[in-house]
Design a protein around this ligand. Structure first.
Ligand code: CP3
Length: 354
């Protein structure tokens, strides 16, 4: 394997010294880029793009051709696991993800089987191998999955939801069924992420997009406990290097102390907490990733730069910070503003690493 030319992302996740703060953006390959929209039009739709390893590789690399990003993220989706479990994922234009089948009963859950990464999700593994080859050591590649709780909500609701009516009802009416589902998903996520690591992913992130929607007690039992179980089951070293694990619970700012005990190397932060305060709360247990409000990118480059400066100064001196947005970049953002953001992180952070 080619040696990494730029490893500051992996180094920062392990709190090793870096020259400047590394940066990448959640959803960095996506609709704000005209070249992404062109590739998607050529593929036909979003899932065809994901399922074609050459095209998934092409769009993964698009943001890296434009910007000096410090990491690439596999182009795929968190909903590939439920799709491989037979739920029939599809995307209706402007409507977000949908499933042909919904999980309603304990019998539905018992009938689910844990997908085999190479057999049932081979297109993802092949995309990882293709991207690694094409990256040729330029920057590390991030693999990812959804958290069990987040995947369960989509499977039970049949798609996106505002109130999580069906999933919350199942959680409180039939906690045993919910635990059976989460347990199967935890096994699926563990084997899926290990498959990605063996295929070449150099760090992995678990997206717990809807964990922050749970009560404090339910979060511990129905989301964090399963992520902890996954972290324990992951391959933590590959190709002679540590494979860092990042947990991102959106709206999880209240629970950072317990997240820091999870065994993960780093925590993703949304923009609702102050990163300096978060650093004091987690101590030296984990690195932090985040946390600029993605809507700042609607403002002019000067305002973006000043917000980047504020976050850097709040984190303060030393390694252990990967700059990112607090959630995905949105389709309406001007690509030039994303460029100003990335440039500001590199320029303004050097003083914090002397
Ligand atoms: O970050 C990246 O660039 C890698 C690719 C990536 C996508 N989805 C591509 C995508 C990643 C890491 C995801 C994760 C994902 N998918 C999450 C967790 C992260 C988060 O945003 O909280 C979730 C909840 C999903 C499920 C999902 N996929 C939804 C709700 C939607 C529709 C909403 C939307 O943004 O359109 C998708 C579709 C999707 N996934 C798109 C992309 C680029 C847009 C599809 C398109 O091109 O039309």
């Amino acid at each position: 394997m080619t040696a990494l030319k730029n490893d500051r992302f992996l180094r920062a996740l392990l709190k090793q010294p870096v020259d400047v703060t590394p940066v990448w953006m959640m959803r960095q390959a996506g609709r704000y880029l005209p070249e992404y929209r062109a590739s998607r039009a050529r593929a036909g739709d979003f899932m065809s793009l994901c399922m074609n390893p050459e095209m998934a590789c092409e769009v993964t690399l698009q943001p890296l051709e434009r910007y000096p990003l410090d990491a690439a993220i596999l182009f795929s989706d968190i909903l590939t696991i439920p799709d491989a479990m037979g739920l029939g994922l599809y995307f209706e234009a402007g409507e977000g993800p949908r499933f042909r089948k919904r999980i309603e009963t304990a019998a539905d859950i018992a009938a689910l089987s844990v997908p085999d990464p190479e057999r049932d999700l081979g297109y993802v593994m092949e995309a990882v191998r293709t991207i690694r080859r094409e990256l040729n050591g330029h920057v590390p590649l991030i693999g990812f999955s959804g958290s069990p709780w987040t995947l369960a909500t989509y499977m039970i609701e049949g798609g996106s939801s505002k109130d999580f009516r069906r999933s919350k009802a199942m959680l409180y009416d039939n906690p045993e069924a919910m635990h059976a589902l989460l347990s199967k998903l935890a096994d699926s996520v563990t084997t899926y992420l290990n498959g990605q690591i063996l295929a070449g992913a150099q760090a992995v992130q678990i997206f717990d997009t809807w964990g922050g929607n749970l009560s404090a007690a339910a979060y511990q039992t129905f989301s964090l406990a399963y992520m902890q179980r996954i972290v324990k089951g992951l391959i933590r070293e590959h190709e002679g290097r540590k494979v860092p694990v990042i947990l991102f619970t959106k709206n999880g700012g209240l629970w950072l102390e317990s997240l820091a005990e999870s065994g993960a190397d780093a925590l993703g932060l949304d923009w609702t907490c102050d990163i300096g305060e978060a650093r004091r709360r987690v101590g030296d247990k984990v690195a932090l990733q985040g946390n600029m409000d993605p809507t700042v990118l609607y403002a002019k480059p000067e305002a973006i730069r000043s917000e980047v400066g504020r976050i850097l100064s709040s984190y303060g001196h030393g390694s252990g910070h990967v700059f990112n947005l607090g959630h995905g970049i949105t389709p309406e953002v001007d690509p030039a503003h994303a460029g100003a953001f990335i440039e500001a992180v590199h320029e303004l952070s050097a003083v914090y690493h002397r």
